[in-house]
Design a protein around this ligand. Structure first.
Ligand code: AMP
Ligand code: ZN
Length: 497
């Protein structure tokens, strides 16, 4: 158990780095707002989930038992004009809203797989938790922090503030700004007592497709409510970490806090972690301005913004070279540099596995350096998950590995023990913590699978022609290469001997 290490996290709620102390010794509850599945996952989403993936991996490595909840928003997230994003997607594509949700949730999962992002522990759907959301609306009403108007229920921000609660604390907004900015469900603006109030339940119009019965109307929950209800259900009224992109600080996270305080009397999470935005050539990535690039375009190179294709792992590496709290500007030059850096690391990793230097069996002068770099990487990651600094130190390790492999460092200068430690940690940090993988071996594996299927098909033809000698020749030839064919009822399978 490594969890004696002190971890510092930048808590947006406090506006500073704080020592992380879990509510329960050895356990961590982490909630990260998931995607709204009405269109393809974009690179900004991917950056945010790559960042939390490294956090998840590192916390688990330190010995914590982490329950990571990342939801899927499939109802209630409205556009500025008040239309539900899911319904708009359904209308444009002429599909059922649930088909839209499924289609883009599948696409999102595929993108997470491509970027080697681990699955969360629980991935709840907003539409699967309507009962919990209705319960929460009831609790907020009972505590006097909401009011009903024409079948919709609104959170009473003024009552909330007057009761001494700091609305705006997370986003640093003052109430006057909030009044001007609150844009939640413009259609029903006149129903609110105050412009900064927000809907927690909305009465649905007759044409509205996704709606459920409730004590107030047949309607649907406000977007912010799902995260409050689902985080409470799976992590409890109070948990450790709540994350998301910093565009969600207001109104989404601010309102989540208000809903939790309004329903059970306390703020949901102790530490709020926010990732920064992805830019393209220095400007916010925006579909409406045409300043955007999709993950697929990056992988195929088919975009006017880039000169070539980039592999998923070189993009993941590129993303990790910026701290999660800094903006990250995607540029062709940046991606090229990322690709080179990633290759340097992977080459050193291959070298560390392929060479078997004969080194000192006693402790030697450079041993200390190995321990120092490893310790430094732990410190980097414990300091608000500083991946870019960890990467800089991984390059130091790569340099050391190369110097040992090409004998620039004499065998007397480093012990066998330190070498093993160096290569084990190098691999562990790259593969297990940064979540990078060797794409060349994966590509080779895919090619081998394809070739084997082809050979099996060809052998089948040979056997159908009763050419037993030809069939045996294939089987024996493969055996010599270490591959065993197994004929069964379902067809022919293969395995490595
Ligand atoms: P959405 O599907 O828009 O609700 O976003 C899902 C997650 O991606 C949220 O945590 C957002 O904050 C995050 N996100 C959205 N756009 C960006 C961006 N350009 N850069 C980084 N994260 C983003
Ligand atoms: Zn959320």
């Amino acid at each position: 158990m490594e969890n004696k290490r002190k971890i510092l996290v930048f808590n947006s709620l406090a506006g500073e780095k704080q020592e992380f102390k879990p509510i329960q010794e050895g356990r961590i509850g982490m909630y990260v707002c998931g995607p709204t599945v009405y269109s393809n996952a974009h690179l900004g989403n991917c950056r945010t989930y790559v960042s939390f993936d490294v956090i998840f991996r590192f916390l688990k490595h330190l010995g914590y038992s982490v329950r990571y909840v990342r939801n899927i928003t499939d109802v209630g997230h409205l556009l500025d004009d008040g239309e539900d994003r899911m319904l708009k997607g359904a209308r444009l594509e002429q599909l059922e809203p649930m088909e839209i949700a499924q289609k883009y949730a599948n696409g999102f999962h595929e993108m997470m797989r491509i970027f080697n992002i681990q699955n969360p522990s629980i991935e709840p759907l907003a539409t699967g938790h309507i009962i919990e959301q209705i319960e929460m609306v009831k609790e907020i009403l009972e505590r006097g922090f909401a009011y009903e108007k024409n079948g919709s229920v609104y959170f009473n921000t003024i009552r909330y503030i007057q009761s001494g609660n700091p609305y705006g604390e997370l986003s640093g907004r003052v109430v006057e700004d909030l009044m001007a900015e609150s844009r939640d469900n413009l259609k029903n603006q006149d129903e609110k007592n105050h412009p900064s109030d927000f809907a927690i339940w909305m009465k649905a119009s007759d044409e509205h497709i996704m709606k459920w019965p409730s004590p107030w109307s047949v309607g649907f929950p406000g977007w912010h409510l799902e995260c409050s209800a689902m985080s409470k259900k799976y992590l409890g009224e109070q948990f450790d970490i709540h994350g998301g992109g910093n565009d969600l600080k207001f109104p989404h996270h601010e309102n989540e806090i208000a809903q939790s305080v309004g329903s059970c009397g306390h703020s949901p999470a102790n530490y709020w972690l926010h990732t920064n935005m992805l830019l393209l050539n220095g400007r916010k990535m925006s579909k409406s301005e045409g300043n955007t690039i999709s993950p697929e375009q990056l992988f195929t190179g088919e975009s006017k913004f880039i000169s070539k294709a980039y592999s998923p792992m070189s993009v993941r590496f590129f993303m990790l070279q910026a701290h999660y709290r800094s903006t990250l500007d995607i540029t062709d030059e940046g991606l090229q540099a990322g690709e080179k850096g990633f290759k340097r690391l992977m080459d050193a990793l291959a070298t560390s596995k392929n060479v078997q230097p004969e080194l000192s069996s006693n402790s030697a002068p450079k041993d200390e350096l190995v321990s120092e770099i490893i310790e430094q990487i732990y410190s980097d990651l414990c300091d608000d998950f500083n991946a870019p600094k960890a990467i800089a130190n991984l390059f130091e390790m790569a340099g050391l590995i190369n110097s040992i492999a090409n004998k620039q460092i004499a065998s007397t200068e480093i012990s066998q023990y330190a070498w093993e430690k160096l290569k084990d940690h190098f691999s562990f940090f790259i593969i297990d913590i940064l979540g990078l993988k060797d794409e060349s071996s994966e590509a080779n594996e895919n090619t081998t699978n394809g070739l084997m299927q082809l050979i099996i098909e060809l052998r089948k033809d040979v056997r159908e022609r009763k050419d037993w000698a030809g069939s045996d020749k294939i089987r024996d030839g493969l055996k010599e290469l270490g591959i065993q064919l197994k004929d069964g009822k379902e067809g022919t399978d293969w395995s490595r001997i």
